[in-house]
Design a protein. Structure first.
Length: 400
């Protein structure tokens, strides 16, 4: 089976949730016997110097890229207000150069599957149809409009709230019109599958979560008795839901914790951390910004927080945290799409008071910490091991 994987940004090497999701499926499909070629944007925002990528990876996936500046431009956003049935979220990624590159690849090679990594690549469906007889698959990382609706719902600024609602409405209509033009959809979560069907999707939808090489975490040691706890947040800090989540935690939750104990430290890490976070002067808060090795960063810390108030799809970092045996405290939204159970392999908290009290309850509670940690690793190995995901997806593709 030959697969052309269309990517919104370069997934080599994988460095955040989106690129991990793209790379890990490509790796798993390859292990299942498929041949995967990548065509990707190399965006201004997430630019990767291709000379820094291992030659073996470049050769393995025959990576080709197209540069794109997809920055939000005020003039473009204003003009879009008057263009009905056009989503500004989508048109920013519609590039003549990408159309041309895709055309040239499809004229030179034939593929069985063309896999679109997200709705923002859907402008290239018509070009793909014109030059290929492959089955066209949308891999839905999220139900995109829902993210923007939740951001709008959480916003307290009237003008921002109205504009985010406008973007969500446009994107929702676009998504409704577009999804049934594909041959099938691979959704990451059961929740996303249900939403797609509820919104009128009539084509086959298969669920395939993001997988990980769980063997990487075999050397993780059991949690020890904790008189002091290191709490951490790890995520891309150019994603609006993460920015919103961290700000909420710092403003609403952390003061409740630090008022009761000095024995808990908070570490914030992630790429594209805004300068305002580095200027934070709060007790026991340490801002590290971008890190090179997520596993190493997590290794000496106990509690991972996922205080998301908006977003969609599934949190790849939660799967990493499970595999690493971390005690994860998350909102219900943050844990969406993860086959977890409160008080068994994760702790769920939805208000500031619940979040603070849950973290405080981990102090000097070895039985709780060890139980959650052990069960978290078992869940990761049994459900999210990457070796099985590709076989499942390839089997689904063979039915189309």
């Amino acid at each position: 089976m030959k697969i052309l994987q269309l990517c919104l940004r370069v997934p080599l090497p994988p460095y955040d949730g989106a690129t991990i999701a793209m790379y890990n499926l490509a790796e798993s499909l390859t292990l299942s016997g498929a041949e995967v070629k990548m065509l990707s944007f190399n965006t201004k925002k997430h630019f990767i110097d291709l000379s820094t990528i291992e030659a073996e990876l470049l050769e393995k996936y025959k990576l080709e890229t197209v540069y794109l500046d997809a920055s939000v431009k005020i003039s473009g956003a204003i003009k879009n207000l008057f263009r009905k049935n056009e989503s500004y979220n989508i048109v920013r990624f519609d590039s003549d150069f990408f159309h041309h590159k895709l055309k040239s690849i499809l004229q030179a090679e034939s593929f069985d599957i063309i896999q679109f990594e997200g709705l923002f690549l859907s402008p290239y469906l018509q070009t793909a149809r014109k030059y290929s007889k492959a089955k066209m698959i949308l891999r839905a990382h999220n139900v995109e409009w829902l993210i923007w609706k939740r951001l709008a719902d959480a916003s307290v600024h009237p003008i921002k709230k109205k504009y985010l609602s406008f973007l969500a409405s446009r994107l929702r209509q676009y998504e409704k019109n577009m999804v049934n033009q594909f041959d099938a959809i691979v959704a990451l979560t059961p929740e996303d599958k249900k939403l797609l069907i509820d919104e009128g999707c009539t084509i086959p939808v298969e669920i395939a979560p993001v997988g990980l090489n769980t063997l990487r975490f075999d050397d993780v040691k059991p949690l020890e008795q904790a008189q002091h706890i290191s709490v951490f947040h790890l995520g891309s800090m150019d994603w609006l839901p993460n920015i919103e989540a961290v700000n909420w935690f710092l403003k609403k939750v952390w003061p409740l914790i630090i008022a009761k104990t000095d024995c808990i430290q908070l570490y914030l890490a992630g790429k594209n951390m805004a300068d305002e976070f580095f200027r934070i002067q709060m007790k026991n808060v340490f801002v590290e910004g971008e890190i090179k090795d997520a596993k190493k960063f997590m290794s000496d810390k106990t509690v991972m927080i996922v205080p998301l108030l908006s977003g969609g799809g599934m949190r790849v970092k939660i799967v990493e945290g499970l595999a690493a045996g971390k005690v994860i405290v998350s909102t219900s939204i943050g844990a969406e799409g993860i086959a977890c159970t409160h008080s068994e392999n994760i702790l769920i908290a939805n208000t500031a008071e619940e979040f603070a009290n849950t973290i405080l309850s981990c102090l000097n509670n070895h039985l709780l910490l060890n139980k959650i940690s052990v069960n978290a690793q078992l869940l990761a190995r049994n459900v999210y091991d990457n070796s099985q995901i590709g076989k499942h997806v390839a089997s689904f593709y063979n039915t189309l």
